[in-house]
Design a protein around this ligand. Structure first.
Ligand code: SAH
Length: 211
């Protein structure tokens, strides 16, 4: 990681001390220039561990949450991954370091356009950004080996579980508007295993199966 800028290296050390143990996830975060995903005026805060405003009332999730969610999704190089809530495109970039292909959807066209331009500008060829209501998943591209929801939902949208492969993982913050819990659902045939992974705070998922 010799070419990794100092601020990003400090972040990686912090994430490790905060309990992120998967070296592949840490390497993915080390490879993504987070300062390119925040507004110019906030660049100096790009490596701090809190969410930042990205316009349209939305935020880029804090690095430790991105790391935790990515770790829980257990993404491998063979995987096709769906993200709901592209926002700045940062989480999608981290996933793109690990996955075969990342489909990310965003309901706000302006954010989607900016994310698409950034990801293309950074040379990501394995990410597709689409404008749509992600609470319904992306049926035409399903099934997915992992689905990550980057916005808070009142309950697990059934359409998303239906779009998982056998053994596929869904990671989603579930709860009230102010506080949620990270939930991981693993599909095993017709059954699902659900586990809980601590508190989180996200902007709301808006749409048919959202708020
Ligand atoms: N992953 C993003 C964080 C974005 S915040 C990043 O790394 O920057 C959550 C995003 O979800 C917001 O941009 C919001 O507009 C979007 N969103 C909310 N409801 C949605 C829905 N139903 N479908 C798609 N995107 C949605």
């Amino acid at each position: 990681m010799s070419a990794v800028p100092v601020r990003r290296k400090v972040l990686i050390d912090y994430l490790r001390s905060a309990g992120i143990a998967d070296d592949r996830v840490l390497a993915a975060i080390a490879a993504v220039p987070r300062e390119r995903f925040v507004p110019d005026t906030l660049r100096h805060q790009a490596y701090e561990d809190y969410p930042l405003e990205i316009g349209e009332g939305q935020t880029i999730s804090q690095p430790s949450v991105v790391a935790r969610i990515t770790e829980l999704a257990e993404v491998t190089a063979r995987d096709r991954v769906l993200e709901i809530g592209a926002g700045s495109g940062y989480q999608a970039a981290v996933l793109a370091q690990l996955a075969r292909f990342v489909f990310t959807v965003e309901r706000l066209p302006r954010l989607a356009e900016t994310a698409r331009g950034r990801l293309a500008g950074l040379g990501y060829r394995n990410v597709s950004v689409q404008v749509m209501d992600g609470t319904l998943g992306w049926r035409a591209q399903a099934p997915f080996d992992a689905i990550i929801v980057s916005a808070a939902a009142p309950a697990i949208p059934h359409a998303l579980v239906d779009q998982l492969t056998d053994g596929g993982r869904l990671v989603i913050p579930i709860g009230e508007l102010r506080l949620q819990e990270l939930v991981r659902v693993v599909r095993r045939g017709d059954r699902v295993e659900e586990t809980r992974h601590g508190p989180a705070t996200f902007v709301p998922l808006v749409g048919r199966d959202g708020y």
